[in-house]
Design a protein around this ligand. Sequence first.
Ligand code: NAG
Ligand code: NAG
Ligand code: ZN
Length: 501
Amino acid sequence: MEFLRSRILPLLSLLASFLLLYIRTSSKPSNSLCSLLPHDEYWILSKRIVTPEGVTSGAVEVKGGTIVSVVEGVQAGELPQGNVVDYGDAVVMPGLVDVHAHLDEPGKEEWEGFSSGTKAAAAGGITTLIDMPLNSVPSTVSEETLRLKVDAAQQKIYVDVGFWGGLVPENAFNKTALEGLLNAGVLGLKSFMCPSGINDFPMTDKNHIKEGLQTLAKYKRPLLVHAELQLDPDSSIELNDGLENPQSYMTYLKTRPTSMEEAAIKELLDVAEDTKLGGTAEGAHLHVVHLSDAQTSLDLIKEAKSRGASLTVETCPHYLAFSAEEIQDGDTRYKCAPPIRDAANKEKLWKALNEEHIDMLSSDHSPSAPELKLLNEGDFLRAWGGISSLQFVLPATWSYGRRYGITLNQLASWWSERPAKLAGQDLKGAIVSGNHADIVVWEPDAEFELDENHYVHHKHRNISAYMGKRLSGKVLATYQNSKKAFPGTVAGCRNHCDKAL
Ligand SMILES: *[C@@H]1O[C@H](CO)[C@@H](O)[C@H](O)[C@H]1NC(C)=O
Ligand SMILES: *[C@@H]1O[C@H](CO)[C@@H](O)[C@H](O)[C@H]1NC(C)=O
Ligand SMILES: [Zn+2]
């Protein structure tokens, strides 16, 4: 029996001596003939291969799940027949590395799960996904709870999966606990500067973060921070007094002003000083997740970077695709935190990405049971926040970004190279010899409608804000290590077997 071989990260190139986790899982054995490549060595041919040096025509040579070389200018006829897949002028790019996804298992499988989530990832061109420590039950905040995650993922994953652990008040000052969690294999930690909405994932303050960074420095792993700070509750407008319409998106927007992001980032900047060369937490790294405010918050981040802090920032496709003005009353599919802001802010986010002030993108795929979105009531204040998007992030980034002139190399940098670096995955994120053969093949000009007929692998298709949109950029195939993760393991391979090796 052959098995798919997705792995649970970390892949241990650096830390092999003491990390315990190197599990090569056997994913569900597939009946599909196309999912497993019959040849150990094969060539992926295309006129548009995206390498760090630029876009080139030729072939990517893969052997034993590793990229052996990128052969420029080579033609199909010059390679061993039968071991070549010719994609013509479709784009061959490094698989996406999504450093921010909530798969919610164990405990909330009805929201998402390793199987549905990683199938959606494969279908969307994502070859590595790092799972967030909250929204599953229990949250991943200790060695024991990480074990539950790993157990839950066994036999279910279609792409490589790694885990972030949680930095919470309970473990922040307990070095034994934090080191236990890091030794057990989390790739870094995540914390919230405001209530997370999850009971066993309380918020941290500046002191917790400062302390956590000391331990992370030793492991050279990052701290990811949800940077919103609750302002003085008395000064915020009274929203539940019936004066404001809870179905209006503007009402929700007012509850999470840009000043919340600003205040959090201001506090973070103090601690960020410690991550500088020679600082008390040198080696640790701070990463601001899902930035929405492209003004003062971003300026503060730029300033800290220029002063030498080890700091990066991500934003998500929904902040780049949508704007507050277009969100209809009651359409809670768009509720997330920090919120999607106005069109002028969206323009500034694109500018910041293009100018490399925002380092990378992530999905923040954050689904829930459909009932919790309160789609019938349309109550923005009570609905669960989180946008479901995993399968669509590549076409979404491309469709909305091409108006701003984004390039294939920028996509590869935002979605693969820099996220791989953040997660410490040195052998991922770029098509270069020696790296894992994690590859997405896609057709930038192919358009499709996200309608009822479109196959969506993540759970609860109707809660996704992307449903009903027309996007361009169709994923043709996803290769991962020595297997073809899509199509074949998903959607059935009947239509695609001609493309299989
Ligand atoms: C610190 O964490 C360890 C491991 O979880 C635990 O055994 C210990 O009781 C904790 N110490 C304190 C002071 O809470
Ligand atoms: C999802 O939306 C489609 C189109 O509006 C509808 O036909 C379908 O019944 C919905 N499915 C669920 C489970 O609500
Ligand atoms: Zn999130």
